[in-house]
Design a protein around this ligand. Structure first.
Ligand SMILES: Nc1ncnc2c1ncn2[C@@H]1O[C@H](COP(=O)(O)OP(=O)(O)OP(=O)(O)O)[C@@H](O)[C@H]1O
Length: 267
């Protein structure tokens, strides 16, 4: 289980995340929501080893991992995707997934591209993991298609495959449905449900509250870097602090034009 206690990070005078305590329930979907600038991506950056927390502790199965380098966090089973799709557009879906495996697990991209002796040795392992990951996201048939020729939804699936190629037990998805239309979003959510059904633990950052309502088992709400609510989606959306945070941030219009869930916050 991935847990965090009083987790925080400060950039100069800006306390971007402060005192966040909680955990990701194994085999469940946790959604992290909050107004723009609330600290969601920064929180993910700490969980995945991209940022070193300035306070608090992160543990994985009871072992502290706070501040460990990304490849070490990945090796322990935590992988992530990014808010903007970070694919190599001229490479195939398969090559992207292979790179996803190598870049996340080894010293870095340069190592992967220079194909050092160790890299060559690991090549077949990476390829196997990449094929399997593409299969899991339903893209095995398009393994050799150049990423730029894939639809937006397929590119999102490749990003997920790149993370899955590292064989994680915990997957962190930063706005997985960003830029997708409702049909594509629904299919991507089905994929996430399938992955969780197969045993994966997922945490995702999402702006579309209606999507979170139908998908997440647990919701964490960040506001000005602090955790102002957590619990089941229906409960969180009725929380007065959550409603106030969103109304204050968006003049009552809702995040990204999303309408309010029945009886709940306009988030
Ligand atoms: N590397 C950094 N250096 C300085 N400040 C940073 C850095 N990374 C994040 N921040 C600050 O942390 C705060 C939270 O930003 P973050 O991107 O995590 O919010 P968010 O909730 O993900 O926002 P959005 O919904 O717009 O993506 C912001 O004030 C941001 O400027």
């Amino acid at each position: 289980m991935l847990a965090f206690e009083r987790l925080g990070i400060r950039f100069g005078g800006n306390q971007a995340v402060q005192d966040v305590t909680g955990s990701l329930t194994p085999g469940k979907i946790t959604a992290i929501i909050g107004p723009n600038g609330a600290g969601k991506t920064t929180f993910f950056n700490m969980l995945s080893g991209f940022y070193k927390p300035t306070s608090g502790v992160i543990t994985l199965s009871g072992q502290p991992i706070s501040g460990r380098p990304t490849h070490e966090v990945v090796a322990r089973g935590v992988a992530r995707t990014f808010q903007t799709t970070t694919l190599y557009k001229n490479l195939s879906a398969l090559e992207n997934a292979v790179l996803g495996h190598r870049v996340r697990t080894k010293a870095g991209l340069l190592d992967a591209l220079l194909r050092s002796g160790r890299e060559r040795h690991d090549e077949s392992e990476s390829l196997k993991a990449a094929h399997h990951a593409l299969e899991r996201v339903g893209l095995e048939r398009k393994a050799h298609v150049t990423a730029s020729l894939l639809s937006q939804e397929e590119q999102k699936r490749v990003s997920i495959a790149s993370a899955l190629a590292t064989q994680p037990s915990i997957l962190l998805l930063d706005e997985p449905a960003g830029g997708l239309n409702p049909e594509e979003t629904a299919r991507l959510m089905d994929l996430i449900r399938q992955l969780v059904g197969a045993g994966l633990t997922v945490a995702l950052i999402e702006h579309k509250m209606n999507l979170v309502m139908g998908l997440a088992d647990q919701v964490m709400v960040l506001h000005h870097g602090q955790l102002i609510a957590q619990g089941p989606p229906a409960e969180v959306s009725r929380n007065p602090a959550v409603i106030t945070a969103y109304l204050g941030s968006h003049g009552g219009g809702g995040q990204h034009g999303q309408s309010a869930p029945a009886g709940g916050a306009s988030v």
